[in-house]
Design a protein around this ligand. Structure first.
Ligand code: NDP
Length: 378
């Protein structure tokens, strides 16, 4: 349920931490968020923070060889695991040292179908995880350090352990980029967000700011006009990367005020955002801007490091897919935000994970690695 403030309006973020970045290098908010009894595992050490979710861990069978290995444990990776496990592929998921993906740092998820009252991001990911484990997925909370996709079985290393798989699904996601200010980190979930689609709703009739000069910033500013009373779009230069039409639309919108040559020095506020300390990047003049929310829209970074020597990467840094979920390497499939810079939603990532698992199963059958099973009950 969304927390209410004293005016009986939804408090921004319900007083919770909302962070759609997947960047778990940041500290958790100072005040513990009521996350449905769950603890968010932010510790990088998987040994002490196995998954964070409150579900009882499935007995670990210790397997390191599998027909299908999935890298990543957000909605794409874990949906792929559910489908693959139900198809008897006995998948292994290398979940990352901060498993669960971007939703682990998100509070209210109100747009995931099936939850009319909304659900906490970590609760949703705990459910994904236990569903995958229920059908026999082995989930290991480690980061992949190195891969060798030159021949089958494919080999992947994590914390010194070698994993072997006949097929691989890469579902490593993407992380929002942040300004890097201490105050920005401290106030994440208390008025600072990187996802207008997720959090815009909480800023009804409030004055807010969006930072960035690309299409995302303009798209988010435009989207936020449905909720906010006024949106200040702040850009550090006087030229935009955004397409002309997006800029023209924003200029024509009376709710949007564009500030060029404007940098943010600090996000102001203790318990929640109440303003910005700004600097003119040409004159150096300092000003303050009273606002209640700040949306960071300066780009996303797909998590491709371990795979960049093996898979195709497009001009924006995302993995390239062919024919829905295939990569250029036979037997290696791609799902979710690591290739999708357009939709970036939990539900689209989950759909992508489902497609990748079905494609992987069909490919394994075609290769004669698994028995053809026309009765697979997806
Ligand atoms: P972009 O890389 O296009 O733009 C990022 C913006 O953030 C730039 O204006 C950049 O400033 C600014 N920025 C980067 N770092 C900082 C920083 N530390 N401080 C302040 N400002 C910073 O990313 P987008 O996410 O906007 O777009 C990514 C891609 O997705 C683009 O190709 C875009 O066209 C596409 N896209 C398309 C959409 C559509 O067609 N509907 C919607 C959204 C995205 P500077 O310009 O000075 O470098």
């Amino acid at each position: 349920m969304t927390a209410m403030n004293e005016r009986n309006q939804p408090a921004p973020f319900g007083g919770l931490s909302i962070d759609f970045s997947g960047d778990t290098s940041v500290a958790a908010p100072a005040t513990p968020a009521p996350l449905g009894g769950l603890s968010i595992a932010l510790a990088p050490d998987a040994a002490t923070a196995p998954g964070g979710p409150a579900t009882a861990a499935a007995p670990d069978d210790g397997r390191t060889e599998t027909k299908l290995l999935i890298v990543g444990s957000g909605p794409a990776g874990l949906t792929a695991a559910v489908y693959a496990a139900r198809a008897n592929l006995e998948p292994i998921v290398l979940a990352g040292s901060a498993p669960g993906g971007q939703l682990m740092l998100t509070s209210d998820v109100e747009n995931y179908p099936g939850f009319p009252e909304g659900i906490q991001g970590p609760d949703l990911m705990a459910a994904f995880r236990s569903q995958a484990e229920r059908f026999g997925t082995r989930i290991v909370d480690v980061d992949v350090d190195r891969v060798d996709l030159s021949s089958r079985p494919f080999r992947l290393w994590a914390r010194g352990v070698e994993y072997r798989a006949e097929a691989v699904i890469v579902a490593t996601g993407a992380s929002a980029m942040w300004l890097g200010l201490e105050s920005e980190t401290r106030l994440r979930g208390r008025g600072v967000s990187a996802c207008a689609t997720c959090d815009g709703f909480f800023f009804r009739d409030r004055e807010i700011a969006v930072v960035g000069g690309g299409d995302t910033a303009f798209e988010e500013a435009s989207y936020l006009t449905r909720f906010a009373s006024k949106i200040h779009l702040l850009h550090r230069r006087d030229e935009f990367r955004a397409s002309k039409i997006m800029v023209e639309r924003a200029k024509a919108n009376p709710k949007i005020q564009i500030h060029t040559n404007t940098a943010i020095d600090e996000v102001l506020g203790d318990a929640k955002v109440d303003g910005l300390a700004l600097r003119d990047t040409v004159t150096g003049k300092a000003t303050t801007l009273p606002i209640e929310g700040l949306f960071i829209a300066i780009g996303h970074r797909p998590n491709t490091e371990a795979f960049r020597d093996w898979l195709e990467i497009d001009a924006k840094g995302y993995l390239v897919v062919h024919d829905e979920t295939h990569s250029k390497i036979d037997g290696v499939f791609i799902a979710g935000d690591v290739h999708d810079h357009r939709y970036r939603q939990a539900v689209t990532a989950a759909g992508d994970g489902c497609k990748a698992a079905i494609d992987a199963e069909r490919w394994l059958e075609a290769e004669g690695i698994t028995e053809a099973n026309t009765l697979t009950a997806w």
